[in-house]
Design a protein around this ligand. Sequence first.
Ligand code: SAM
Ligand code: SF4
Length: 462
Amino acid sequence: MTQTAITTRTAPNLAKSVYIKTYGCQMNVYDSSRMAELLAPLGFAVTQSAKDADLVILNTCHIREKAAEKVYSELGKIRRLKGEKAQRGGRMIVAVAGCVAQAEGVEMMRRAPCVDLVFGPQSYHRLPELITRVLRANGADVLDTSFPAEPKFDFLPDPTGPRGVAAFLTVQEGCNKFCSFCVVPYTRGAEYSRPVMQVVAEARRFVRGGAREITLLGQNVNAYHGEGPDGREWRLGELIRRLADLPGLDRIRYTTSHPRNVDDELIAVHRDVPQLMPFLHLPVQSGSDRILAAMNRRHTVADYRRIVERLRSARSDLALSTDLIVGHPGESDMDHRATLDLVEGVRFAQAFSFKYSARPGTPAASAPCQVPEDVKSQRLGELQLLLARQQRDFNAACIGRTLPVLLEKPGRHEGQLAGRSPYLQSVHVAAAAERIGEIVRALITAASANSLSASVAQVVTA
Ligand code: SAM
Ligand code: SF4
């Protein structure tokens, strides 16, 4: 999981500053950008440091225990900064947003008294009103962890800030699947899909602002069923076809998808739409049917293998990524072996693997047969060795190929840019900063576990 300090615009001549720190998934990154846009009319400019900020927002993740604990440790630092600012006669409002806020609301205010405002992922469109309430509250805490009947997207201003050449766009939120281990249905609420034309308008705005790639986001993005311009419900495949008609949108991706919602149309879109990149993150979680059933995943190992086969027949160079959990309650050595077998068979280009982390209120947390920590560690080590080998092999197989790379940002070294291959690999290229935003043909010259190096051949499209 990443931690990102938001880097949108700064406006030093405005009176107030907001520091937003983002934890967790790309949906939180998207939400943080929208929060910054909501606050701009109130005179808040984004700052890159919490020190001296008038408003600090921690946009949090609750998916595993470690992610949630990081927030409390950050709040310890913020408390000191708030105290220092008060001594200088200033005021810092401290707000906690996102999934920890949703899950722990009142408890969080008790545990971290420096927090003035707690609000959940479904109520941040009310941020201006909530800030006003904090200012009027005279020291009392303000809490909004409701799931409002109105969809927040209808109340957000049009996105204005720059999103970079590769932008994220939330099209679907929430989840009705209730996997045994997962907090998302409780923190993000029920499934909701944004109407097609709202998504298209936002994508068009991003492209006008310089985006050449858009990743469609959703907790279950391929459960998308937004209202189409014809009054019907459109599925994700149809939405992708519509977006592919937008001039200037060269690359489309989507994440995170669920095996249950991979339908025929989505598979056909991988075959038919060249803008859809040949990379798919398709979490499987386990290679054992017994554990998949205990997880309430509603698919079997055979289903997953069949979907992968069909996708690869539709797009032969499709690279796959996945999420895997080791040590779900009840997982035996045999179940773990089955996971390793599945991974061996599918061959992933990359993957995220986690030790099961008990989340309060989820069914798995109170299940008998919890797996001991040392067993989880040992299984994770074994799985990660295998996944790392597959990723290295996949990257090494790219050496000598010429791939189209979208140059996104300055690289780690002077004179270097970082971009992405169609398969979402990070590619480092020697090129001048003015070339950010170009899609270049890059000759892959070297590969490491996590990235590729390339020399630029020529521009594909400027
Ligand atoms: N919706 C996606 C799906 O169905 O697979 C996953 C979304 S979740 C935000 C991202 C990943 O976190 C999951 O795929 C899972 O592997 C991992 N995860 C979720 N809950 C977890 C838990 N309690 N312990 C360990 N990993 C967990
Ligand atoms: Fe969580 Fe994904 Fe399962 Fe929904 S489908 S409960 S988001 S793991």
